[in-house]
Design a protein around this ligand. Sequence first.
Ligand SMILES: Nc1ncnc2c1ncn2[C@@H]1O[C@H](COP(=O)(O)OP(=O)(O)OP(=O)(O)O)[C@@H](O)[C@H]1O
Length: 904
Amino acid sequence: MMRQFLEIKTANPDCLLFYRMGDFYELFFEDAETASRALGITLTTRGKHLGDDIPMCGVPVHAADDYLQRLIALGHRVAVCEQLEDPAEARKRGSKSVVRRDVVRLVTPGTLTEDNLLDSRRNNFLAALARTKAAGDDGFALAWADISTGEFGVAEAARLELPALIARVEPGELLVSDALYDDPALRNLLRETRAAVTPLPPAVFDSTSAERRLRDYFSVATLDGFGPLTRAETAAAGAVVSYVDRTQVGGRPPLSPPIRETRGAVMAIDPATRANLELVTTLSGDRRGSLAAAVDRTVTAAGGRELTRRLASPLTDHARIAARHEAVAWLVDNAALRRTVREVLRSAPDMARSRARIAVGRGGPRDLAAIRDGIAAAHALAGHLGEVPDAEGPDRLADIAGRLRAPQRAVHAELAAALVDAPPHLRRDGGFVKAGFAAELDQARDLRDESRKIVAGLQAKYQDDTGVRSLKIRHNNVLGYFVEVTAQHAGKLTAEPNSQTFFHRQTLASQMRFSTGELADLEGRIATAAERALALEMEIFDALVARVVADGEALDAASAALGELDVHAGFAELAVSRDYVRPVMSDDLAFDIHGGRHAVVEQALAGAGDGPFVANDCDLSPPQPGDGSEADGGRILLVTGPNMAGKSTFLRQNALIAVLAQAGSFVPAESARIGIVDRLFSRVGAADDLARGRSTFMVEMVETAAILNQAGPRSLVILDEIGRGTATFDGLSIAWATIEHLHDVNRCRSLFATHFHELTALSETQARLSNATVRVKEWKGDVVFLHEVVPGAADRSYGVQVAKLAGLPAAVVSRAREVLHKLEETDRNAGAAGIVDDLPLFASHVRRAAAPAAAAGSPSVLAERLAAVTPDDLTPLQALELLYELKALAANQAADPAGGREQR
Ligand SMILES: Nc1ncnc2c1ncn2[C@@H]1O[C@H](COP(=O)(O)OP(=O)(O)OP(=O)(O)O)[C@@H](O)[C@H]1O
């Protein structure tokens, strides 16, 4: 047996080997040590190998899923090795022969199918990243498949686009070739992804053999039917199916043909933005508190997964977005139908995952029942949708109704006729086929149950015959049926005449067990009948499985349609219950939100009874009378305001409104007009990334750099407190230059929140920048937050007041007030004027701020000259001349720096 174990282990060196022995999976050697540590189970020894004890530990088969889940979560991979024949078969080959065993499946993070190993509301994708050599940085492709639902997608990407794509798909496991695994350019990407990264030999990614593998997997002669896949896409998709084959050991889960996603079809959202906006999980990884949790009104698992997917990948295609809104609008208007639809949906089980398990031979009777109930729900829903004349319903719903009708009624009828209402999880013990379905089965069962009644009668008879009232007939796997009496009464059975009937079988401490001829005879009949019944049930099970497998594609179509309908109905329910409106989508640069709210904060406030959320407007549409096209450039809104006033909330709520709208939902606002956003960027909050050797400030700058380098005219950019992680002047300067770059180069719709009030001066020179502030009231020295965003600039930050609210010791608060007072005084007298010479750009503003002190010194000549310039009035030539002049002025000033200071 050890030889067999070692052979199998050698073939699967990177996995923990679950070696089946009877009712246990046993682990040996290092695997046993690793597993016992990871699972907290006892480590024992069994036999010797090369003179040493063999470490061993085991998990019971019936509880194996739990242990698997924990091992997978810890990043292990497990090879499940089963007994492939009955031990009796093995014994026929000789008393020393070993039961045939082999690995039937590798369990890895990306190839799970069991419900308790999966999150029902999220896909679990296995992804593969491939690159074609010739194309360099641009030739990447990602393929992703969920073997628990059959979905399969593929897309091309440039290297810079990869982080966003991988973060969106959020694979559980990512396959890469050894070469990519070792590529320094991808090191950070691979380290940052939450997926378990599995390096594989380059041959797995070879595009020529990939093509063959795909043809083979989908049993097609050519891949042309899948649309034109690029070489990198073929390689990635080929790697996925090759790994599925390897881990499922030939049991092929049904996958849809790879659906190719065109570039730019979904809103690009990089990983930092995705995390910051907490779209599907919060920063701490929970679903609770995320946008998904706040807007999820779906009632099925398929709907939950579809919702998560939509929020993670909002569309950019006007027509497709409009179709989703149309479906939601229709379900908003048809309240009665919406309620019926949701009611029926509630009864629909997770058909996709059940069908996938059935297809790989891991399904049980309960999975068949899920298909039965799923088909019933699908047909009922199609009926309800069909009751309303098609002309009234939007295309999207008509299409959904069509797919809901796809599964055959006959399949449902058979399942319904064969299965009991609530069948057991495992088929092993039978008991799932309805009485009356198969006459032969009924007979076998009757015989079995009849015999059980006879056993009961026999027990009564034996009690009378022997006079032992406590005599029992029991059953166990070793003895079969036996008569049991307490030791005290044993004598009555061993004495004449009873000893003629009762044969002694076993003596325990306080009981004695016997057999009788009648009992042995009955036992035989019961066992045969039970075996027969079980065998018949297994036959019926297999026949039902075959029916389900044959109708698999229709079932998948219906399951997907069910999920989509659930999302539409859920969004409609959300719109009605939380007062969301249908956004008007356009192809220009509009972004005009009236009375917008934060989807998550609003609900949190309502839940905590913390008063209403204050709605706010936000208009980032191009201000000039133009056609609103890209040439006009979007507006930048610079938001200043005290701490805790609601700046971050305001910024995020607008980003979330864009995401919701393009995901197909209505939005929390009184009205919204949104020109489609193709990329969303946000830099919100700051966190150290010490693990990667990056300080808070470094993280902030890396993310800002990515935005300034990548944001295009159709992007939406949210920047919160850029530059706060460093010294004031450095921070202010960086923020200043960042805004100018956004305004002049990126020209995209942007929201910028800051505590640097100096930045508000930019509105004088930047045509498309306007200032907004969040109102507060001061009351008896404390600050009252109104959360109202109004045009204009804040005058101060109220930081000390907020610190007091936060419970800073009174002594610290009063000392801070003193220091603040002193600093403000110094600033008024000298500090501000000091900026004038060093940073001429700030001149216009600083002069205003320092007005009382102006007499104390003369402002910089350079600043004065600049202030006199109206850039819009200059011809290019004049501008160049001005530049020469300014350079000369600056050179003069630099030659006599002390002179400048002495004047002050
Ligand atoms: N519009 C609103 N209506 C009601 N409450 C709000 C609103 N906006 C924000 N709040 C409440 O105020 C709190 C603080 O908001 P937020 O974090 O956005 O402030 P901030 O101005 O960004 O603060 P800081 O400058 O300190 O980062 C939120 O947690 C929320 O409870």
